[in-house]
Design a protein around this ligand. Structure first.
Ligand code: ADP
Ligand code: ZN
Ligand code: ZN
Length: 739
């Protein structure tokens, strides 16, 4: 018997399976996923690796095969499922096996030993204490201490003469409650004590829960999309569905965007599931995260909530994966393998027999398209709970303002409304829809934006005065006059939040301001601090980027101003319209969450653009239909596949040459079946940290297989030529960013 092993060196040249002999003393003790130490190379340096399989035979001369040195103790045993998932990721997204394994098995060592335990009083503490009388002094002593304390550690109880046996007995009889350190340190635990009042689902909500669970119990595993406007009660639906899945003895992973992992969300889940649920997020230490994964593996919890990476929670009986806000860009990994959590969740669900639910108020075009085609089951929640109205939305044409001589950042209407709402002692949010590094360029007279003639994406202004397309490398000088109307008012529309803040100070000197963007949220808690300060009414106006529009509930906000809706419309990205639509709908959703009705003002140079018009009407379907036409015409996802191949090297000529070689290699595929190749070209950011970047794009219709063939050819070529190259090659399928 031989063990097939992937060695732990993330180096493409070694990305293959090595076989090792299993020594006598380890026979029967090894399984797939184990981390082992093996001698490697000419010097037999001991390095570690993962067992990915076993073979009876080998093609190598038997005497040359080396022996496994040891199995790494304390290593988390990666489940076979995750090895398969890694293999799938490697194949689909293009990476080394090692990189894929590291992604699905992120934490390798038990960082900490045993968890500290805490004893909490139960609400009936005092009655139980009275009931005890004089019978059990040790128990009485513990309950007496707990009369005045929120919690004491098990060690402290022992120091007070209460034995572990007594503590265990008391816990079993529910006279006390024991929680682990990680749960205890989480402030939400205390909210759990104030049991949430049981919510009775509306008929619409109940229909979804009943229908889903009926199919689930029958073994139907078709992916579901819950398309429900913000505040329509999706989260309540998730929780009731999870109840049903728990009854089936199964476990659930809930993914939410990191940014939405707020105190509020955690509180709701704790309120419903108590200790059965655990949370994982990037602010936790390695040790804390490792603990949560370990608890999941041991089956101590039924639910884990976390961002993208929580997908790799090693549940033994995974039954359901929920991806909330499935349209969010943060579900795509920016590291190799550049996986998308939605696609990866689908594969994980397939491997484990789990179901997958996607939820969103503004589904991604891909998901909605699948639902329309019947690939996904579609559930709708069209109304907000409590019949609360969506806000009134006004579109202001900034070109008109300019004609009237108004060159400030505020239209007359927005200025009036800010005054009015501040006068009523209500709060205002001003949102600048700006993302990415560069500004787009447009004419302030006619609204014409500078666009690439080959790609239908906006050109991005660069510091050297050029305008570039990040998709194909097309490049021109910034013109002096608008090519369409000749106006000289053409320029880089780079109004940042800082400039907005200055303008607000000038116009509304009395108002108290808070600003939230990348610059003001660098420290660990600044994000929560700004939001909670605004929630407490310590400021009148909150200025910010898209950070402020996602999922927060401020009942006193009655006016939302979108200062420049166009800023994401011409990003160098085929998803620009979709992102704009999403952000506008989300922004509008911030106004009028409380009892007072809300108003929204959208300022734009493109009032006729479909993503702005449909967003103002909160018309998802209208947007989808227009957008799909565009995607179909240009073969963008979901009507096509897009692959970015990024070639990087310290030597510019090397990167350029390899990119050229690759394009020559794949050129012949482009002649048939509609595979298109764009490039090679310098990447939009042509050098990062002294590494030069070249990019080639491939595009084809959804059904075509040529793109996969192209990737395979490139991989084979790299395998052959690996000795010569000093370059890195990365694949990115359906990229979320422009290179
Ligand atoms: P979504 O996830 O779609 O934004 P939520 O589940 O957060 O919606 O629901 C919005 C608000 O309505 C929450 O405060 C929630 O507790 C409440 N809610 C949801 N369903 C019901 C219901 N059936 N009865 C009463 N309140 C509900
Ligand atoms: Zn013009
Ligand atoms: Zn272009």
């Amino acid at each position: 018997m031989y063990a097939d092993i992937i060695v732990d060196i993330s180096y493409e040249k070694l990305d293959r399976i090595f076989q090792y002999r299993i020594p006598e003393r380890l026979k029967g003790r090894l399984s797939v996923g184990n981390r082992v130490e093996v001698p490697f190379g000419a010097g037999n340096r001991v390095i570690s690796g993962y067992i990915v399989g076993f073979s009876e035979n080998t093609d190598y001369p038997k005497e040359k095969i080396k022996e496994i040195v040891n199995v790494v103790t304390n290593s988390r045993k990666a489940e076979g499922v995750f090895i398969s998932l890694a293999a799938w990721m490697r194949k689909v997204y293009g990476s080394t096996m090692n990189q894929a394994l590291k992604t699905v098995i992120p934490i390798k060592k038990e960082v900490r030993g045993k968890e500290k335990k805490w004893i909490l009083p139960v609400p009936e503490n005092n009655q139980i204490l009275e009931g005890l009388g004089k019978r059990s002094p040790a128990k009485a002593k513990l309950l007496t201490i707990l009369k005045n304390r929120k919690a004491i550690s098990v060690e402290e109880a022992e120091e007070n003469g209460v034995s572990l046996t007594t503590i265990r007995q008391m816990s079993e009889k529910q006279m006390i409650e024991i929680v682990s350190e990680s749960v205890y340190r989480n402030p939400s635990v205390y909210q759990e004590k104030q049991k949430r009042k049981e919510i009775v689902l509306t008929d619409k909500q109940q229909e979804i829960v009943t229908d889903f669970l009926a199919h689930y119990r029958k073994g139907d595993r078709k992916t579901s999309l819950i398309f429900g406007v913000t505040g329509s009660g999706k989260t309540e639906v998730y929780m009731k569905i999870i109840d049903g899945v728990i009854q089936e003895g199964k476990q659930t992973i809930v993914l939410i965007p990191e940014i939405a992992l707020t105190f509020q969300t955690m509180q709701r889940f704790y309120g419903h599931f108590g200790k059965k649920v655990s949370i994982i997020n990037s602010r936790m230490s390695m040790g804390e995260r490792s603990d949560q994964l370990e608890r999941a593996r041991r089956g101590e919890i039924d639910i884990i909530i976390g961002p993208r990476s929580a997908l790799f929670t090693p549940f033994q009986k995974l039954g359901l994966i929920i991806i909330d806000e499935e349209h969010e860009g943060s579900y795509k990994s920016e590291n190799v393998p550049k996986y998308h959590a939605r696609e990866t969740a689908e594969e994980l669900a397939r491997l484990t027999g789990a179901a997958l639910i996607l939820g969103s108020a503004t589904p991604s075009i891909e998901s909605y398209h699948r639902a329309v085609n019947g690939e996904y089951k579609l559930y709708k929640l069209a109304n907000r709970i409590g019949g609360r109205k969506l806000a009134d939305i006004e579109i202001v044409d900034l070109r008109e303002e300019l004609k009237q001589g108004n060159r400030t950042m505020f239209s007359r209407s927005l200025r009036e409304k800010i005054k009015k709402h501040l006068g009523q002692k209500e709060q205002v949010m001003l949102f600048l829809n700006r993302r990415g590094y560069g500004g787009f360029v447009s004419c302030r007279s006619c609204g014409e934006a500078m666009r690439c003639p080959h790609c239908d994406v906006g050109l991005t202004a660069h510091k050297d005065g050029s305008l570039r397309c990040h998709y194909c490398g097309y490049q021109i000088r910034l013109p002096k006059n608008c090519p369409k109307c000749g106006s000289p008012y053409i320029g880089v529309f780079g109004t940042g939040t800082q400039r907005l803040e200055e303008a607000v100070r000038r116009e509304f000197p009395q108002a108290r301001l808070l600003r939230m963007d990348m610059d003001t949220t660098r420290t660990k808690n600044s994000y929560e601090e700004i939001l909670s300060s605004f929630a407490k009414g310590e400021a009148d106006i909150l200025i910010g980027t898209q950070m402020i529009v996602k999922g927060h509930d401020f009942p006193n906000v009655t006016l939302v101003g979108v200062v420049a809706a166009d800023l994401s419309l011409y990003g160098a990205d085929y998803r620009s319209s979709e992102k704009t639509f999403e952000l506008l709908v989300q922004a509008a959703g911030r106004a009028g969450r409380g009892d007072m009705p809300g108003e929204v003002v959208i300022q734009t140079y493109n009032p006729e653009h479909y993503s702005i018009k449909t967003a103002a009407k909160q018309d998802y379907k209208g947007f989808y239909e227009e957008e799909l036409l565009y995607r179909r015409m240009l073969k963008y996802p979901p009507c096509g596949k897009l692959l970015a191949v990024l070639v990087t090297s310290k030597e510019e000529q090397q990167a350029e040459k390899l990119a050229k070689d690759i394009s020559v290699l794949t050129q012949e595929l482009c002649n048939k079946d509609g595979l298109e190749m764009l490039g090679p070209t310098k990447a939009g950011i042509s050098r990062i940290k002294d590494i030069y970047r070249y990019v080639i794009y491939y595009k084809e219709t959804e059904t075509g297989e040529q793109i996969t063939e192209a990737k395979k050819r490139i991989e084979d070529y790299l395998e052959q030529e690996k000795e010569k190259q000093d370059c890195m090659v990365q694949f990115d399928f359906n990229p979320m960013i422009g290179y």
